[in-house]
Structure formats: structure tokens, C-alpha cells
Design a protein. Structure first.
Length: 237
């Protein structure tokens, strides 16, 4: 019996298996795209990426194929890949999908808070992420601010408690990070995050949904103005 307990403790204390080389390569290339070390439109050569990552070409090839599926890379007509360049139609399609999902995530998150006994730990986590974003903004650390705001939206999805919604949002996550990293986060949008959190923490699903809708539509205006010089007028098509 004691031996069984010791074995169980050893198993519990064992380190989690390391991700495969392909997964490590995918994460490394993905991060370089999001933080723009690999700029939009730049061609990625498998051999050069492998040398930079100090890996063989096999896991790098696997990673590049996976990132094509994620929408961060695109195949070139004859050979190789390049970092996807977001065109106006890409931004429109991304927001058309993200808007209803983000609104529903906030609604479901607020409903779960309303049904809980006491305030869920996730609400405290959301507050902490907004505080982290504010500190990063004050320090002029744009990448850290983007990371905190992205995590804020991801935490809302997790709090919503819908596995299908989570899986769907995961498919959009890195494209959204790429988009967020290409624009400044205006102060009024940071205050919108605080408003979203206030309604979620109060358990008010419809108010949380409404504030999220306003935020996502403002986010689209800011993105289109940053990328294409638009005047920021929202249109539904």
C-alpha cells in the first residue's frame, strides 16, 4: 500500500511531457509572426527558419504546414510560404466571425457568474489582466499590452464554459493577435474592457453582450483605420 502511494506521488510529481519538435517549431514561428519579426508578406525559407531555430528541416516543415492551416501563412504559387498579408476582405471576414462569438462569450460568462455562489476566481483573473494591460500601456510596452488584452478576451471565453465556443475561438486566436499587434489600443477601448468586466462581474448577461458588441465594432473601426486609412465608419458589409 505504501509502495502504491509512493508510486502515485512519483507519477504526480513527474514532469509533463515536452511538446514535440514540430509543436516547438510551430510556437516559435507563430510568435515571430505575431511580434512581427517575420513581417507580413515576407517569404519564409524552410532551410533558413530551421537554421534560425537550430532544428532539422522536418519539424520546421511540419510547423509551416500547420501555420498555413491556421491562416498565419499562405502558400506561394510555385513553392514555399510567406506571412499572410491581411487585406481589407480578410479583416472584414475576421470581424464578421469574431463579433457574434465575442458577444455570446461575454453573455455566457456573465450568466455563469450570476449562477455561481460567490465571485468566481476567473473574475479576479480578468481584473488582473486589465491591471497588467494598464501598466504596460503606461510604460509604453505595446507587445505586453496586446498580450494582456488578448488574454482578457481568452479568459472571457474560458469563463463562458462552452467547449465548442472555446475550440472555435482558438482557430481565430492567432489571427486576432496578429491584427491587434498592428494597431494602437486607444484609451477609450481600454475603458470598454473595464465596462465589459463590470457587467460580467455583476452577472448581467445582456449588458455584457451589449458592451462587448460596442467594443468589437470599435476595434474593427480602429483596425481598418490603422491598416487602410479608413475614416472609421462602421458598416455591416
Amino acid at each position: 500500500m505504501a509502495g502504491d502511494t509512493a508510486d502515485a506521488g512519483a507519477r504526480a510529481g513527474a514532469e509533463a511531457p515536452r511538446p514535440s519538435l514540430g509543436a516547438q517549431a510551430r510556437e516559435a514561428v507563430r510568435q515571430r509572426i505575431v511580434d512581427r519579426r517575420y513581417p507580413m508578406g515576407s517569404r519564409l525559407v524552410e532551410r533558413e527558419v530551421a537554421e534560425e531555430l537550430r532544428m532539422s528541416r522536418v519539424p520546421v516543415r511540419e510547423a509551416l504546414r500547420a501555420l498555413v492551416s491556421e491562416g498565419l501563412l499562405e502558400l506561394l504559387p510555385h513553392s514555399g510560404v510567406r506571412v499572410r498579408r491581411l487585406e481589407r476582405i480578410d479583416v472584414r471576414h475576421l470581424y464578421e466571425v469574431w463579433e457574434p462569438l465575442a458577444v455570446q462569450a461575454s453573455r455566457l460568462a456573465a450568466r455563469r457568474v450570476a449562477a455561481a455562489v460567490g465571485e468566481p476566481l476567473a473574475v479576479a483573473e480578468l481584473r488582473g489582466l486589465l491591471e497588467r494591460a494598464e501598466r504596460a500601456a503606461a510604460a509604453g510596452e505595446g507587445e505586453r499590452e496586446v498580450a494582456a488584452h488578448t488574454a482578457f478576451h481568452e479568459e472571457i471565453v474560458a469563463l463562458a464554459g462552452n467547449p465548442l465556443l472555446t475550440r472555435t475561438m482558438e482557430q481565430l486566436g492567432w489571427q486576432l493577435q496578429l491584427l491587434f499587434g498592428m494597431r494602437e489600443e486607444p484609451a477609450h477601448m481600454r475603458s470598454q474592457h473595464a465596462e465589459m468586466l463590470r457587467h460580467i462581474a455583476a452577472g448581467d448577461g445582456e449588458a455584457a453582450a451589449a458592451s462587448t458588441l460596442l467594443h468589437v465594432r470599435d476595434s474593427r473601426r480602429v483596425a481598418e483605420r490603422s491598416l487602410f486609412g479608413d475614416d472609421g465608419l462602421y458598416t455591416s458589409n
